[in-house]
Write a protein that binds this ligand. Structure first.
Ligand SMILES: NC(=O)C1=CN([C@@H]2O[C@H](COP(=O)(O)OP(=O)(O)OC[C@H]3O[C@@H](n4cnc5c(N)ncnc54)[C@H](O)[C@@H]3O)[C@@H](O)[C@H]2O)C=CC1
Ligand SMILES: CC(C)CCC[C@@H](C)[C@H]1CC[C@H]2C3=C(CC[C@]12C)[C@@]1(C)CCC(=O)C[C@@H]1CC3
Length: 345
């Protein structure tokens, strides 16, 4: 029988470690003295103390190579939320996560920390200070959310003190910061095309945007507090900046910081949502003939026009979580990190 070397508690793997959140997480883990294996379908950078394993997380054999002697696994890989490829979401987020769990058990991994999303409870209507006790969305707003729900359930149900395999899910919301490929680039692209003139609704809706360093901090706290006798086992935790902000004020601060005008004119929420729904239906029907990618998808309109902010009281209590970087400072760092997206650059 093959003997397994006892995993070191300072050796971890980050699945999805080439991505936006994953890379920030890897950098902090290295700063804290961890040895890190990155597993990703692509290699985006090199860093001392980090070894890269390129592969698809649906491939158990490939995963096993990256999990050797690893005690903690962070799983933060996912297809981009903007995709509408249902089969891909299912293959990676659901089947792939099942494979990750099997590979962890086989490799003797002790802890699995999943990056879930606060959106698993969002159905497109207001959520104010939502706690982790809210039920999963019955009607998830898109395939991304649908599969994030299934993924979170799989990981939390796999938690087993008897097997010595402990799991926890971190639910961030609206992650932003340097190198984010989504929020700031999409916003600037929309502004450059002259489409950021309108505020959807009356602009009073409060939303959580979470600085990437705070999300990383929540993940590391979760890994270090997850023990057989801790309340974390099989639980989900909201991690936010704990400073809900008016959605359109946040967008305006980023846009103005980069030299673009803030949106000024109001449009009724239901009108914009209805148009977005129609455009989305047209895009689906016409897909065999032409590829249309609407900017204002129903999902984005719902996110832009409703309240959705979450309580992180549970993370404060069980993990000792407090955001490290306040929102104002986080916006300044973020704006400074995108000189190439400034107006006129
Ligand atoms: N960006 C946001 O606002 C939020 C993100 N999340 C979650 O955070 C996690 C990280 O998101 P981001 O860093 O923003 O995304 P990202 O797209 O920058 O990173 C995802 C990484 O996963 C890798 N990946 C995708 N499919 C893979 C596969 N089959 N095998 C191996 N690697 C694969 C990609 O190559 C990429 O490097 C995701 O699980 C996402 O659902 C949750 C809440 C909010
Ligand atoms: C065109 C404008 C109306 C909106 C531009 C900004 C948006 C691209 C972002 C605003 C809220 C963001 C968000 C996500 C992606 C980027 C935004 C839609 C997520 C869907 C990413 C994945 C999650 O798990 C939830 C996020 C909620 C907020």
């Amino acid at each position: 029988m093959a003997t397994r070397t006892r995993p070191s508690s300072k050796r971890c793997a980050v699945i999805g470690g080439s991505g936006f959140l994953g890379r920030h997480l890897v950098e902090r883990l290295v700063d804290r003295g961890y040895t890190v294996n990155v597993f990703d379908i692509r290699q985006a950078y090199e860093l001392p103390g980090v070894s890269f394993h390129q592969g698809d997380l649906c491939d158990r054999q490939a995963l096993l190579g990256a999990l050797r002697e690893v005690s903690v696994v962070f799983h933060c890989a996912s297809p981009a939320p903007a995709s509408d490829d249902r089969a891909l979401f299912h293959r990676v987020n659901v089947d792939g996560t099942r494979t990750v769990i099997q590979a962890c058990l086989e490799a003797g991994v002790q802890k699995l920390i999943l990056t879930s999303s606060a959106s698993v409870v969002f159905e497109g209507t207001d959520i104010k200070n939502g706690s982790e006790d809210l039920p999963y969305a019955n009607k998830p707003i898109d395939y991304y959310t649908e599969t994030k729900i299934q993924q979170e359930k799989l990981v939390l149900e796999a938690c087993s003190k008897e097997k010595g395999f402990l799991t926890v899910a971190i639910r961030p919301h609206g992650i932003f910061g340097p190198r984010d490929p989504q929020l700031v680039p999409i916003l600037v692209d929309t502004a450059r095309r002259g489409k950021m003139k309108f505020i959807i609704g009356d602009g009073s809706n409060l939303v959580d945007f979470t600085y990437v360093e705070n999300v990383v901090h929540g993940h590391i706290l979760a890994a270090e507090h997850l023990k057989a006798d801790s309340p974390l086992c099989g639980q989900a935790y909201h991690i936010t900046n704990d400073e809900p902000v008016h959605f359109w004020d946040f967008m305006s601060q980023i846009l103005e910081g980069l030299g673009y005008s803030a949106p000024r004119y109001h449009l009724p929420y239901t009108l914009v949502y209805g148009i977005a729904l129609l455009l989305w239906l047209m895009a689906v029907l016409l897909r065999p003939l032409i590829q249309i990618k609407p900017t204002f998808t129903p999902m984005r309109v719902a996110l832009a026009g409703t309240h959705h902010y979450y309580s992180c009281a549970r993370a404060k209590k069980d993990l000792g979580y407090q955001p490290l970087v306040p929102l104002r400072e986080a916006i300044v760092h973020t704006v400074e990190s995108y000189p190439h997206l400034r107006k006129g650059a």
